[in-house]
Design a protein. Structure first.
Length: 192
C-alpha cells in the first residue's frame, strides 16, 4: 500500500524521513514530537509512525499522540483530515467526549471510526449519531453499536430504528440490549 503523504498533510521533505529505510533514530525523533511540524503534519506523521514495523517507533508515536494537548488536536482536525488519521485518533487517543463528538460529526470519518465512537458515545453523542441519517444509511451497523451502548437511551434508539426500518436498512440486533441480558442468557451465549 502506498501511503498518501500529501493527503496526510505531510510535507515532501518529511516524507522521506518516515520510511523504514530512514534511520531508526530519526524516526524516533519524529515519533517523539521533537521535529517542528504543523499540527496537521504532526498528526499525519504520528499515524504513519504509529503503524511502523519497528515496535519502538510505533509505541513512541502512540505515546506522543496520547500526550498531545487536546486543544492542539482539536485545532488540527477537520473535514480535510485523512480518515485513517481520524481512526488512529479514535483508537489510540484517551477517550474524550469532546474529541469523539468532533470526529463523529465529520462525514470523512470511516465506518470503523464511527462504529468505535458509537460503542462508547455519551448520551449527547448517541443522540447526534442516531439523528445523522446520512451516516446511518451509509453505515447501518452503527445502530448495532448504539444498541449495545448503555449510554444510549431507548427513545434515541427507537427514532434511529424507525428511520432505518423505513429505509429497509435496519441491521439485526438482539431483542434485549447486551447489557440488559440476564446472567443465565449470558451463560447460554457463552456455551453456544
Amino acid at each position: 500500500m502506498t501511503i498518501p503523504f500529501a493527503k496526510l498533510g505531510i510535507p515532501p521533505a518529511v516524507e522521506k524521513q518516515l520510511g523504514s529505510s530512514s534511520p531508526k533514530k530519526l524516526r524516533l525523533t519524529i515519533a517523539s514530537g521533537l521535529m517542528p511540524l504543523t499540527a496537521e503534519a504532526q498528526l499525519g506523521a504520528l499515524y504513519v509512525l504509529g503503524t511502523d514495523d519497528d515496535a519502538d517507533v510505533a509505541r513512541t508515536a502512540r505515546k506522543t499522540l496520547a500526550g498531545l494537548p487536546s486543544g492542539q488536536i482539536m485545532a488540527a482536525i477537520g473535514i480535510k483530515t485523512h480518515p485513517k488519521v481520524l481512526e488512529f485518533l479514535a483508537q489510540f487517543r484517551k477517550v474524550s467526549a469532546e474529541l469523539d463528538e468532533r470526529i463523529g460529526m465529520l462525514r470523512t470519518a470511516n465506518d470503523r471510526t464511527i462504529r468505535l465512537i458509537a460503542s462508547r458515545a455519551n448520551p449527547s453523542l448517541c443522540t447526534q449519531l442516531s439523528r445523522n441519517h446520512e451516516r446511518l444509511l451509509v453505515t447501518p451497523d452503527v445502530f448495532i453499536d448504539l444498541h449495545a451502548n448503555p449510554n444510549c437511551d431507548d427513545m434515541t434508539l427507537q427514532r434511529a430504528e424507525g428511520f432505518l426500518r423505513m429505509q429497509k436498512q435496519l441491521p439485526e440486533v438482539p431483542e434485549r440490549r447486551p447489557f440488559e441480558a440476564s446472567e443465565e442468557e449470558l451463560e447460554d451465549a457463552v456455551d453456544a
